[in-house]
Design a protein around this ligand. Structure first.
Ligand code: AMP
Length: 584
């Protein structure tokens, strides 16, 4: 079915979109102009994300404005004005300083969406240390891999997370000097009480000189071969956060913004914290997980104006067959955005009927630090398309030919989605892995790892990943990490892991497993292996399906061919199998 573009009118909007004329904005855009809209640290001390997000508002007329409203799972609510955020993040920066944590050292946070996560993130940035979020549903193994690679010096977490996942790891993490618990009233043995440290610290702090290229955030992302990579982001990324907050999220003074992404992933930090605060609007944080009724109530009661969510959540709402706008008062809602996985055209148009607004898909990834391609408020939405490149971003479809790269000018041709390097939030490296970083660039382009096509009007359409990365409920899972954990099970000889398409969560993690001699396939063994993987990896990463296969397809050099496993699973053509073991 052909999906008609959705034309829009914003004549009844209280505000005009920030980007009215795409072509003109794209042509005349300059990053220098964006930089001028930021403040920089006083006395020429540089550019610091936390200053732009918090202090510049706290020191001005927005001081008492609601910056962050936290909605607790149990119905409690905590409000922070910009002045509160400044004082609390200052306290944490002072606490870090008192512990001897210096510039560039890594502060990890393993917690759900609790206020302490945001306060410690901002305090870490103020101390010019590096903030490293960990997804709270990770099991001990993914946590260990990331903290080990990132040389964690400080960990902020909760008592429960600590006991379940960290206590046994601690001896394997020689760099970890301080563990701060958010819910420990007094210091205990080798555990520090975060509330106590905060209470003892001063609410005044002067942000030290910050070079725009100073490392600010380490976001971990998965690879297909090997363990996770730490994508390095710097303070200059604030230019992209601010610019996309302006042109894509279309933030205006007085907006109430809600991003449902978890701060364990890049969207939850770039847009669940930095961009809305950089614009001085009110940012809603909900501690609870998806719940259709709760979400509709939040939209209504908090009078959310701009909502940033994800395809899996939208599909969940669709599946429930509800029409929120009939039951709830959503008149404040002006714009809805989605990111993280393909947004099917049905979901875009469902938004129109059920929420009264189309859903605007946009595209980016951990490495890009911010939104790169988007459907904009003032432009027609093409259902199924990710939209057009942001001003300041050059995107193209390229073909790799004999080691070099050719830009495909012809429309609607499939190829690698590539970006011209140089935008402010571009990752500056993979921690301790220069070779892997360099491999991402070819012929002057950053090759994103996604396949796409561009239509004659410049809209980009996602086709798929060029590699074996799995996207499940919007979370990136590296098959290698899962295979490595499975191999530790006493019965598993070999494992190949793929993403199996799923109508609700995009892809589910499926493992093909061959057994060691002496083990027989059985339902019981399947459950045992799944349980084992859940213990190690956490439920968000562990396989949901296991299939036994004593003949896993392998290359002649012994590598399991995930591509073939996937093709067979989907009943597709097997493609080039010339490297398959046993082939002529
Ligand atoms: P992450 O680094 O975890 O944010 O994941 C980035 C990847 O998610 C991209 O490289 C895409 O494969 C996928 N992705 C993100 N946004 C979209 C989108 N709008 N449509 C399709 N895939 C997307």
């Amino acid at each position: 079915m052909d999906w008609k573009p959705i034309k829009k009118s914003f004549s009844n909007w209280a505000v005009q979109p920030n980007l009215l004329d795409y072509e003109q904005t794209y042509q005349t855009f300059s990053w220098t102009d964006i930089w001028r809209e930021l403040d920089e640290l006083p006395e020429g001390r540089g550019l610091n994300i936390a200053h732009e997000a918090v202090d510049r508002h706290a020191d001005g007329p927005r001081r008492d404005q609601l910056a962050l409203r936290w909605l607790g799972r149990d119905g409690t609510r905590r409000d922070f004005s910009y002045a509160d955020l400044k004082a609390q993040s200052n306290r944490f920066a002072n606490a870090l300083r008192a512990l001897g944590v210096r510039r560039s050292e890594r502060v990890f946070v393993l917690a759900g969406r609790i206020p302490e996560l945001y306060l410690t993130a901002l305090g870490t940035l103020k101390n010019v240390s590096v903030f490293c979020p960990l997804f709270s549903a990770f099991g001990p193994e993914p946590i260990y891999q990331r903290m080990h690679l990132g040389e964690a010096k400080v960990l902020v977490t909760t008592r429960r997370q600590y006991q379940q996942k960290i206590a046994d790891l601690r001896k394997r993490l020689p760099h970890l000097q301080h563990v701060l618990l958010t819910d420990l009233p007094e210091h205990e043995a080798d555990l520090l009480s975060l509330p106590k440290l905060m209470a003892q610290a001063s609410p005044d702090f002067t942000i030290p000189p910050t070079d725009p290229e100073d490392m600010a955030v380490l976001h971990f992302t998965s690879g297909t071969t090997g363990m996770p990579k730490g994508a390095i982001h710097v303070h200059k990324a604030i230019l992209t956060h601010y610019m996309t907050g302006k042109y894509v999220l279309d933030l205006h003074p007085g907006d109430i913004f809600w991003c449902t992404a978890d701060p364990g992933w890049v969207t939850g930090i770039s847009y669940g914290m930095i961009a809305p605060l950089a614009h001085g609007v009110t940012n809603i944080i909900d501690e609870a997980d998806f719940d259709a009724e709760r979400w509709c109530k939040i939209l209504q009661e908090q009078k959310v104006t701009v909502w940033y969510t994800a395809p899996t959540a939208i599909r969940r709402l669709m599946r429930l067959g509800i029409e929120p706008r009939k039951e709830y008062d959503l008149r404040h809602l002006r714009l809805i955005h989605s990111v993280g996985e393909p947004l099917n055209p049905e979901a875009v148009t469902w938004g129109l009927q059920a929420l009264g607004l189309p859903i605007h898909d946009n595209w980016w990834q951990t490495e890009t630090g911010g939104i790169m391609i988007a459907n904009f408020a003032a432009m027609e939405v093409r259902p199924g398309s990710m939209g057009r490149p942001l001003p300041g971003i050059e995107a193209a479809i390229v073909h790799k030919v004999n080691g070099s790269v050719e830009v495909v000018e012809e429309p609607c041709v499939e190829g690698d989605l590539a970006l011209k390097p140089g935008w402010p939030s571009m990752f500056r490296g993979y921690l301790n892995d220069e070779e892997r970083y360099q491999k991402c660039f070819k012929g002057g382009w950053y090759i994103t790892g996604d396949l796409a096509r561009r239509d004659a009007d410049g809209y980009f359409w996602f086709i798929g990943r060029a590699d074996d990365i799995i996207k499940t409920s919007g979370h990136m899972v590296g098959p290698f990490e899962v295979e490595s954990a499975l191999l530790e099970h006493r019965a598993v000889a070999e494992a190949g892991v793929i993403g199996k398409p799923d109508p609700l969560i995009g892809e589910l993690v499926k493992a093909f497993v061959s057994l060691k001699p002496g083990f027989e396939p059985s339902e019981e063994l399947k459950l045992d292996i799944i349980g084992f993987a859940r213990q190690k990896l956490g439920s968000a990463v562990a396989p949901k399906e296991i299939e036994f296969n004593q003949n896993l397809p392998k290359t002649r050099s012994g590598k399991i061919m995930r591509r073939l496993l996937k093709a067979r699973e989907l009943g597709l053509a097997e493609g080039d199998v010339s490297t398959l073991e046993g082939s002529e």
